[in-house]
Write a protein that binds this ligand. Structure first.
Ligand SMILES: NC(=O)c1ccc[n+]([C@@H]2O[C@H](COP(=O)([O-])OP(=O)(O)OC[C@H]3O[C@@H](n4cnc5c(N)ncnc54)[C@H](O)[C@@H]3O)[C@@H](O)[C@H]2O)c1
Length: 468
């Protein structure tokens, strides 16, 4: 057969922009709820990459409290990975010790403050200002002053702003010794209540526990079975899923699990078509090869499927099969530097994005904080870097050595503070992006987004020295 020498165009995030459109919504009204896999809803369309400098239980807890989902890496034994998942699943949403019942004047004061602020819900925080969840302020009884007594009940999902609800949620740790306004400024910092309400919305399973996913190799049935039914999603974690051996291993593996299975990484339409035609149960597609900031695959092997291109490829495969985009969600994985790239990935057809880089510098990331001179950093490395591979082979005696070449670097990223700051910026960026594109939700963005190719970099701060 003659070699096919046609060039296809593999677009990357910097090659395109989304063009603005008539907008029926204000950014704060934009709904960014989505799916991380067929049966797993998220309030923030973000998954942490299963990397050993990023995703362990601590990050997964806070990310789920903020509405996204963490994917626990697999550079550890099966037992250890299960323990990480357990820690997330058993983590309290509301710490019972922090719960108080407010009565009388105190109750009236809370209600009045919240009414003044136009707020129905505030997050519960601990001493480190980590979001613990929500408390419900339900109109169950009436206190002496005639207003309802606040009772803290099971945490619920975030209510739509402007929606009339009987229940009023509010946030507080310990006794209400300060007005909600004070709490707002202490906890929320410079952001508005509207913004904060949009962010703090835990991703919970049917039993009200935090959601969490775990990375597996399709060859590792033992690991998959140990996590099956316990974790929300099993995420395939190999560089080239479109390999006959990987596909046949996955075909076998899915027969023994009931948890959502995300296939990946894939880069092409053909890869998706082969995956879906050969594997009975595929609940999501992890798309993108060699797009990551720490990935050296394109240099080492000359291969890449840039994330934006890979998402577009998956979308065309699904459309060809007549499969709805939200029934097999596409996860854009690799090279997402911030919300702008994420908006482009979503517009191309993704339901959610996966990132290591954006989260690697946060307090909650799995690597230790390092000081060099006056600056703080956190280590960050690719999962095919020498260090990560050595750890895998040492920690997991069932791991296979498929290649003897490194495809990732080990480096440092600047310290970024608590993850909630990153997520807040991410959520607000997404909402702004959808607002510009004239879409009030992600499915609407799929239908209406228009891309334009750009001929040169659209740069912010060009020629300006940034001081903040
Ligand atoms: N997303 C990316 O772009 C990317 C690229 C490289 C590595 N990685 C990550 O690095 C880690 C190691 O990756 P890995 O796939 O080498 O893991 P691995 O060593 O567990 O390999 C798993 C299987 O994937 C197949 N495979 C992998 N590379 C292949 C290739 N070049 N040609 C043919 N088949 C291939 C083989 O069947 C192999 O046994 C994983 O965590 C992976 O996700 C990611």
């Amino acid at each position: 057969m003659a070699q096919d020498t046609r060039l296809v165009e593999a677009l990357s995030f910097d090659d395109v922009v989304l063009v603005p459109a008539l907008s029926p919504v204000e950014p704060w009204q934009v709904d960014i709820t989505s799916k991380a896999s067929r049966n797993v809803a998220v309030n923030v369309p973000l998954l942490s990459a299963p990397m050993d400098t990023v995703s362990e239980w601590r990050l997964a807890v806070v990310l789920a409290l903020l509405g996204g989902i963490g994917v626990i890496h697999r550079n550890m034994s099966v037992e250890e990975q299960r323990r990480h998942v357990e820690k997330v699943k058993n983590h309290p949403i509301v710490e019972l010790a922090d719960i108080a019942v407010y009565e009388g004047e105190e109750c009236c004061r809370v209600r009045e403050t919240m009414r003044t602020l136009g707020v129905r819900q505030l997050p519960v925080v601990d001493a480190a200002e980590t979001v613990k969840g929500y408390v419900e302020f339900a109109e169950l009884e009436t206190c002496s002053c005639g207003t309802p007594v606040a009772k803290l009940t099971k945490p619920g999902p975030v209510f739509e702003l402007g929606e009339e609800r009987k229940a009023i949620d509010f946030v507080k740790r310990g006794k209400l010794d300060a007005a909600a306004v004070t709490l707002k400024s202490r906890f929320l910092g410079a952001v508005t209540v509207h913004e904060a309400l949009a962010v703090y919305s835990p991703a919970l399973d049917e039993e009200g526990r935090l959601r969490v996913a775990a990375a597996i190799s399709p060859f590792d049935i033992r690991r998959a079975q140990a996590l099956d039914g316990f974790v929300d999603i099993l995420v395939s974690d190999v560089a080239h899923f479109h390999n006959v051996n990987v596909i046949s291993a996955a075909k076998k593996l899915v027969k023994s699990i009931s948890t959502d299975f995300v296939a990946g990484n894939l880069g092409t339409r053909e890869g998706v078509l082969d995956t879906l035609s050969k594997i009975e149960k595929v609940d999501g597609l992890r798309m993108g090869i060699a797009g990551g900031s720490i990935c050296t695959t394109s240099g080492v092997a000359g291969i890449a499927a840039p994330t934006l291109f890979a998402v577009m490829q998956a979308r065309s495969a699904l459309e060809e099969l007549g499969v709805k985009l939200d029934s097999i969600p596409i996860i854009a994985d690799g090279g997402i530097r911030g919300p702008g790239d994420a908006v482009k990935a979503l517009a191309a057809g993704a339901s959610a994005v996966m990132t290591g880089y954006m989260l690697a510098g946060t307090d909650e990331a799995a690597a230790p904080l390092i000081r060099i001179g006056s600056k703080l950093y956190k280590p960050y490395r690719g999962m095919a870097s020498r260090g990560a591979l050595e750890r895998r082979y040492a920690a997991d005696r069932y791991s296979r050595v498929a290649k003897r070449v490194e495809e990732g670097i080990e480096g440092l990223v600047e310290y970024r503070g608590p993850i909630r700051r990153v997520i807040l910026e991410f959520v607000e960026g997404l909402k702004a992006g959808l607002g510009y594109a004239g879409a009030s939700s992600i499915p609407e963005l799929w239908r209406t987004a228009r891309f334009a190719r750009i001929t040169s970099r659209i740069g912010a701060y060009t020629g300006v020295v940034k001081t903040n």
